[in-house]
Design a protein around this ligand. Structure first.
Ligand code: 6PG
Length: 243
């Protein structure tokens, strides 16, 4: 296994270190780029990172040269407790000086078919393209306890290979509609960071990283390996630490 992974003692330690790393990475890359495009995932893991950035890095990051997009969104209003954009706005963007037009939430107007097309257009308009695919500078992913990533769940692998840059999906457990980036966009990113915390992910994470037969059922297994950096807490890394 030649993946690059870093193990941290807790989700808090991971979030703190990722905030420091992020600030340094942005500083370094803004020396060679006019602006940087970042795709954010939802769920719980990034929230600690948002909070750390808002607490310690408000003035250390050139926010006005960053563009933030979402890897996926639950199809609920931005005020809903589960809104990925709503959570990021509350924990981070309400606390930093970033132009509003640099924040590109996935639209949730009530017409999901129109919203996914709007988001596809926004991605192609603002994110540099390579062979027609938006190329994010930094793609930040999570992994669910079932091995999903973005909002591509097991038994939805066709969405990983979807022909467009974003599509409609569904959380099959609660039948909740989602809009998600598709696999080509994920794997076209220059740098991919996968943040994984929690003991309930130990087995799948181990199986995917070791390419154990059967792990191909998990969407996270289709995230490319080169230039992908796994940031993991000790709970999720229990089976890895002996390798
Ligand atoms: C979402 C996310 C999803 C998330 C994983 C891990 O909208 O739920 O984008 O892909 O990254 O479910 O979530 P946790 O960090 O909460 O474990």
């Amino acid at each position: 296994m030649n993946d690059v992974y870093h193990i941290f003692s807790s989700p808090q330690a991971l979030a703190k270190q990722f905030a420091t790393y992020f600030a340094e990475w942005i500083l370094k890359n803004l020396r060679i780029k006019d602006y940087i495009c970042i795709a954010l995932s939802g769920g719980n893991t990034p929230q600690l990172w948002f909070t750390t950035l808002a607490q310690y890095y408000v003035n250390q990051i050139n926010w006005e040269r960053l563009h933030f997009f979402w890897v996926d969104e639950r199809y609920v209003s931005y005020e809903h407790i589960e809104s990925n954009y709503g959570i990021a706005r509350k924990l981070l963007f309400d606390h930093v000086n970033i132009p509003l037009n640099h924040i590109h939430p996935i639209p949730v107007t009530g017409n999901i078919r129109r919203d996914v097309l709007t988001y596809c257009d926004e991605l192609k308009r603002y994110v540099p393209l390579k062979n027609g695919w938006p190329v994010f500078d930094m793609m930040i992913l999570g992994m669910g306890t079932d091995g999903h990533t973005a909002s591509i769940f097991p038994n939805q692998l066709d969405l990983f290979h979807h022909h467009d840059v974003a599509c409609i999906s569904e959380n099959p457990y609660i039948r909740q509609q989602r809009i998600t980036l598709t696999g080509q966009v994920i794997n076209h990113a220059e740098n991919i960071y996968v943040l994984v915390t929690g003991s309930e992910k130990t087995q799948i994470l181990n199986d995917v990283l070791h390419e154990i037969p059967g792990s191909e059922q998990y969407p996270i297994a289709y995230v490319r390996r080169e230039n992908t950096f796994w940031w993991i807490d000790t709970s999720a890394a229990q089976m890895l630490e002996n390798t």
